[in-house]
Write a protein that binds this ligand. Structure first.
Ligand code: GLP
Length: 246
């Protein structure tokens, strides 16, 4: 797993956006898996800018999101449906028929997970999977302990993740459960780009890069991936090489 360290968040975001744009240039109908959170916002901003001022078209691409809270309606302001619409899909020329976000209010959530996994297969699998990382090393909503052979499924969120994500909710607590694409689904992507920014991710990054490959640090799975790359700003890379990873 190669790690590229950039002087700051903007430089990191621009570099990831360039990789995405290059893949679209090579193959306009590429299939992407995309994350939510604060970290990818700079990448989305840059891609929107490329669409508006440099003629980048995303109309033939297919997009899958990594996860969604269980029980949140697609129009709930903290839902990942709304996040993606406001920060990306609603600002580019994406084809709505090729945009997929798990439905957190599906009447049969198990069937929704199966449907989602099938849609990914039908699209020919994921070409480029972009990931953020949780402070506990989670990817998507695959919390520590998530089996490496897991598929799209319903998961319980850890207290720490719910507390951190509380910032997206007002009086309510973050939901207790979510739908997430599985570890095996992520692993089968032809290329994985993991983004991390800020000192509060430094420990998780060091554990993933320098610790053992272990289900207790989900992102460490990427060390076994043939084509995974980390995009870090200097703060997120600040624990690397210090021998602090467990
Ligand atoms: C959430 C998302 C993850 C994301 C993580 C980190 O839990 N499900 O996909 O990577 O938060 O988010 P942030 O970039 O805001 O730190």
């Amino acid at each position: 797993m190669r790690a590229r360290v950039f002087p700051d968040y903007e430089a990191m975001s621009a570099a990831v956006a360039d990789v995405v744009a290059r893949r679209l240039g090579e193959e306009p109908s590429s299939v992407f898996m995309l994350p939510t959170g604060i970290t990818p916002l700079g990448m989305y901003r840059r891609l929107v800018e490329m669409h508006r001022s440099e003629g980048l078209s995303l109309a033939d691409a297919t997009f899958f999101n990594l996860d969604e809270y269980l029980g949140l309606a697609p129009d709930h302001r903290a839902s990942y449906h709304v996040y993606m619409k406001e920060n990306f899909y609603g600002l580019i020329d994406a084809d709505a028929a090729r945009v997929f976000v798990p439905d957190g209010t599906a009447p049969d959530p198990e069937a929704e997970c199966e449907r989602y996994e099938e849609a990914i297969s039908e699209a020919g699998g994921i070409e480029v999977c972009v990931l953020g990382i949780g402070r506990n090393g989670h990817i998507g909503f695959n919390e520590p302990g998530a089996p490496f052979d897991s598929r799209t499924r319903i998961v319980e969120l850890s207290e720490s993740t719910r507390n951190i994500n509380a910032a997206d909710f007002e009086a309510e607590r973050a939901p207790q459960r979510a739908i997430t694409v599985g570890m095996a689904t992520i692993f089968e992507s032809r290329e994985v780009l993991l983004l991390a920014s800020g000192t509060n991710k430094a420990g998780a990054v060091a554990a993933a890069v320098e610790g053992d490959v272990s289900e207790s640090v989900p992102a460490s799975m990427l060390k076994s991936h043939p084509n995974a790359e980390l995009f870090l700003d200097e703060d997120a890379a600040s624990d690397l090489g210090r021998g602090v990873a467990g």
